[in-house]
Write a protein that binds this ligand. Structure first.
Ligand SMILES: Cc1cc2nc3c(=O)[nH]c(=O)nc-3n(C[C@H](O)[C@H](O)[C@H](O)COP(=O)(O)OP(=O)(O)OC[C@H]3O[C@@H](n4cnc5c(N)ncnc54)[C@H](O)[C@@H]3O)c2cc1C
Length: 411
């Protein structure tokens, strides 16, 4: 529409920005491919193309109609994105944590909410691959990697959020089954997914009493709450997951009894890099949208891009994006190499990148003026979708607790 001097529909703008050479990093100052190997640049381009062609054109509709885009995710899985860091012998792509971050950043430019769900699914598939018996790996991983089946991660409960180790869902051993009772809150994909990776209490109080079991949809005693109405992340359902005398074979346990909290945290280290990477993608797209908007929007007789104030804002946004990306990639490398500072770095990356990227997207919305507040314009969706990244997979306050704990206990 040119009703007020805005020359394009914003979704069209997003698609063209995503398809432009900027995201493929030929010209752009906020390039995402600096320092990458040729192979990494190749799958990064595949992911950017998928985001631009298969996701960006639908992201507003998925958001407004709350559509969980199963077929699109299966197409992403055909490119290897269903089990990116799962081992190849059970259908995974066997890529590194840095590779994974690069892919999630690129996909997220096309729909942050859908990519964030794919990242949780990847985390669950990795947990089963890494801590499951060979039987469990062979049973679940191939279907998860192809996204024939979808997974959910079940840690949070109504009474235990930040203090996750206080969870109450019980798993009582009866013969060769655990009988689960309790409920999980806020489960991404809950109700629509097939495989639930559940942290439950098999022992006494605290983290050492927790085990991790895989529960399949259709198991008697497993049910779901109503679909939550959310500010963002609308392309994926969120529901409570309820266990009432739900019997699960002991052979569905990941790792040993009492190892569940440790497994949950190991999953989340990677999960935090993945969520941070999704924030990078949203911020990257928002910087491009803001740049394009101020380059065409005229006020006071000239384009907004002539305002030095807005130029400086744009420069700051790009700088904060690049700084966030450097930290996220550094953390991904540390995790890949199993370095002693990996846990702290993953927490720092999640804290810094999700805070900075939310602020970048919010500033991009501000630079759109009133248009930024309209749902015709993609920038508002990025703002709504990444707000929750500061809350889940450990709130950013919990990230500060982890970093401080590591600093204070260092010898
Ligand atoms: C859309 C969405 C999807 C989610 N998906 C999943 C999922 O798939 N699986 C899953 O297991 N969970 C999921 N969660 C849950 C999420 O991980 C929790 O909401 C989060 O861990 C915070 O827990 P809480 O909501 O109970 O907040 P609380 O723990 O009650 O915290 C409230 C506030 O107090 C702060 N706070 C708490 N303790 C302290 C302290 N000691 N010092 C300083 N500040 C403190 C917190 O940081 C927060 O700001 C999801 C949540 C949302 C909103």
């Amino acid at each position: 529409s040119d009703r007020v001097g805005v020359h394009w529909a914003n979704i069209t703008c997003l698609e063209s920005a995503l398809k432009s050479s900027y995201l493929h990093a030929l010209l752009c100052l906020v390039t995402a491919s600096t320092g990458l190997t040729d192979e990494q640049k190749e799958f990064q381009k595949v992911a950017f193309d998928f985001a631009a062609n298969e996701m960006a054109p639908h992201m507003a509709e998925w958001d407004q109609n709350e559509i969980f885009p199963v077929e699109t995710m299966r197409k992403a899985a055909q490119l290897g994105f269903g089990g990116i860091y799962v081992r190849p012998e059970v259908g995974g792509s066997g890529l590194s944590r840095l590779d994974t971050s690069i892919i999630f950043e690129a996909l997220s430019t096309g729909c942050t909410s859908t990519t964030a769900y794919i990242s949780i699914h990847n985390m669950c598939a990795w947990m089963i691959d890494t801590f499951g018996s060979n039987e469990l790996r062979e049973k679940f991983c191939p279907d998860l990697c192809s996204m024939e089946k979808f997974a959910s991660y079940c840690l949070t409960e109504p009474g235990s959020g930040s203090d996750a180790a206080s969870l109450l869902t019980s798993a009582k051993l009866q013969g060769d089954h655990y009988v689960l009772n309790g409920s999980k809150a806020f489960i991404s994909g809950g109700g629509d997914t097939d495989v639930y990776v559940v942290m439950c209490r098999t022992g006494g109080k605290g983290p050492k009493g927790i085990s991790c079991v895989v529960v399949e949809k259709g198991t008697p005693g497993l049910s779901f709450g109503k679909k939550e109405k959310k500010v963002g992340w609308n392309s994926q359902p969120t529901r409570a997951v309820i266990f009432e005398d739900c019997a699960v074979p002991v052979t569905n346990r990941l790792g040993s009894e009492g190892q569940g909290f440790n497994i949950a945290m190991k999953g989340l280290n990677g999960g935090r890099i993945n969520i941070a990477s999704c924030s990078l993608g949203a911020a990257h797209a928002s910087v491009l949208l803001a740049r394009d908007h101020i380059s065409v929007r005229k006020q006071f007789g000239e384009t907004l891009s002539n305002s030095q104030f807005l130029q400086f804002k744009l420069a700051e946004m790009a700088t904060r994006l690049v700084a966030s990306r450097l930290l996220v990639r550094q953390a991904a490398l540390a995790l890949q190499e199993d370095r002693p500072d990996a846990v702290s770095l993953c927490s720092m990356a999640k804290l810094f990148a999700t805070d900075e990227c939310f602020s970048i997207c919010n500033q991009a919305l501000q630079m759109h003026g009133g248009y930024g507040y309209l749902k015709d314009y993609a920038v508002q969706q990025f703002v709504r979708d990444i707000r929750v990244h500061q809350i889940l997979e450990g709130t950013n306050e919990v990230m500060r607790m982890i970093i401080a704990r590591d600093l204070l206990t260092e010898s």
